[in-house]
Design a protein around this ligand. Structure first.
Ligand code: SF4
Length: 359
C-alpha cells in the first residue's frame, strides 16, 4: 500500500480513532491507546507504541500513518527562543517558533504556528511575504507543528513534561484567515481536553486584516484572542505596507472589529510594528490613539527586526520608548513587546523557511 492510500490518523479525536480501529476489525480501545501515543507522547511510528501487539503495529503501518512533521534544523537564541525548520510529507518546509516565558518558577513556552507554506499577502516588511506562496496547510499539519515542537523541546530540555507549551499564536508563516476552516479545525484539535488540551483563551489568531475572516470568527464565537496587524493609520501608508488593505481599507477593517467586539464582548489586540521614519512619528501616535482608544482593545508595539534585502529599519530604543510613552499617557492600553529570537531570525516577520530551493 503506498502513502497515498494510507489513512492519516493525526488530527483524529478519540471517537474517530475508535471508529477507525473498528473499521479495520480491531477493538475500540485500541483507538484510545493510539490517541494517547499521538497527543500525549507525540509518537509518529507505530513501532514505538509499546502496548500494541507486533501484529497490530504491522497492520497499522500498512494502512495508516501519523504525519508529525520532521524537524530538519533548529536554532536556539540566547534568550531561549527556538526556531524549528520542519518538513512536511510533500517535502514542503515551514517554520515554527517557541518563545519562553516564566510562570512562577517554571519556564513555559508560547508556540508560534504557521498556517500556510509561504504567504500570499506579500507585506512589504515581511520575509515570508517576500518569498511567495505555495499552499495552505491541513489542520493535521498545523497540529503536527505543536507535537513536533513539544517533542523537540522535551528532547533538548531533557524533560518529560507534557505541558511545556502553554500558549499558541497563529502568527507564523501565512495568513490564518485565508485558511480559515483548517485553522479552526486545528484549534479544536489542540483544545481537546483528552489530547493536547490548550485552552482557547491561550490561543491567538493574528490577521493582516481579512474582514471576511474576522466576521466569520465573530459568528463562530470562539474564546480565542483576535489580533490585528495594523501597522498604519492611513490607507495611503497601509496600502503600501499590507497590500490586503486595498481590498479591505481601514474603515471596513475597523467596522468589522467593532462588530466583532460587540458580538463577542472580547478584547482585541492591535499589533503595531514600529518602522523607523515610516510610522513612528508623534502624528502616527496621535492617529493610533484616535483609532484604537474608543475600542475594547490593546496595542502591542513591536520594534521592527531588520531583514536582509528589505529597506525598513528599526527605530532607536529612545524613539520606541517615546512612542510607547505617548500612548501610555494618552490612556491607551499598550504593551511594548520585548522582541525575542531576533538573533536567529525567529522574530516577527523574519520567517522564511529556506523553502525556496524546495519547489
Ligand atoms: S506579515 Fe503575515 S500576512 Fe503579511 S506577508 Fe508576512 S506572513 Fe503574510
Amino acid at each position: 500500500m503506498n502513502m497515498k492510500t494510507k489513512t492519516e490518523l493525526l488530527g483524529m479525536g478519540v471517537k474517530e480513532l475508535e471508529d477507525y480501529m473498528e473499521s479495520i476489525g480491531e477493538p475500540k480501545y485500541r483507538g484510545r491507546q493510539v490517541h494517547k501515543w499521538i497527543y500525549k507522547k507525540a509518537v509518529s511510528s507505530f513501532y514505538d507504541m509499546s502496548d500494541i501487539s507486533r501484529d497490530l503495529r504491522n497492520k497499522l503501518d500498512d494502512c495508516a500513518h501519523i504525519s508529525i512533521p520532521r524537524v530538519l534544523k533548529q536554532r536556539a537564541s540566547i534568550d531561549g527562543t527556538r526556531k524549528f525548520l520542519m518538513e512536511l510529507e510533500d517535502k514542503k518546509r515551514i517554520e515554527s517558533v517557541v518563545i519562553p516565558h516564566h510562570e512562577n518558577k517554571n519556564t513555559r513556552y508560547t508556540l508560534c504556528l504557521s498556517t500556510q507554506v509561504g504567504c500570499p499577502v506579500g507585506c512589504a516588511f515581511c520575509a515570508t511575504g517576500n518569498s511567495g506562496f505555495q499552499r495552505n496547510l491541513e489542520a493535521y499539519e498545523i497540529t503536527g507543528q505543536f507535537l513536533a515542537s513539544q517533542r523537540e523541546l522535551q528532547k533538548r530540555l531533557k524533560s518529560n513534561e507534557s505541558e511545556l507549551i502553554t500558549n499558541v499564536v497563529y502568527m507564523g508563516m501565512g495568513e490564518p484567515m485565508f485558511n480559515y476552516d483548517q485553522v479552526i479545525e486545528s484549534i479544536y484539535i489542540l483544545n481537546d481536553p483528552k489530547g493536547v488540551n490548550i485552552g482557547q483563551r491561550h490561543i491567538t489568531i493574528s490577521t493582516a486584516g481579512d474582514v471576511k475572516g474576522i466576521n466569520r470568527l465573530a459568528r463562530d464565537n470562539l474564546q480565542v484572542v483576535l489580533a490585528i496587524s495594523l501597522h498604519a493609520c492611513t490607507n495611503e501608508l497601509r496600502d503600501t505596507l499590507i497590500p490586503l488593505n486595498r481590498k479591505y481599507p481601514l474603515e471596513e477593517l475597523i467596522k468589522a472589529v467593532k462588530q466583532y467586539i460587540s458580538l463577542t464582548n472580547r478584547r482585541v489586540t492591535f499589533e503595531y510594528l514600529l518602522l523607523d521614519g515610516v510610522n513612528n512619528s508623534k502624528k502616527d501616535a496621535e492617529m493610533l490613539t484616535k483609532l484604537v482608544k474608543p475600542l475594547l482593545a490593546n496595542i502591542n508595539l513591536i520594534p521592527y527586526n531588520e531583514i536582509d534585502g528589505l529597506e525598513f529599519k528599526q527605530p532607536s530604543p529612545q524613539q520606541v520608548q517615546q512612542f510607547y510613552q505617548y500612548l501610555l499617557d494618552a490612556g491607551v492600553g499598550v504593551t511594548l513587546r520585548g522582541e525575542k529570537g531576533a538573533d536567529i531570525e525567529a522574530a516577527c516577520g523574519q520567517l522564511r523557511a529556506e523553502y525556496k530551493n524546495n519547489r
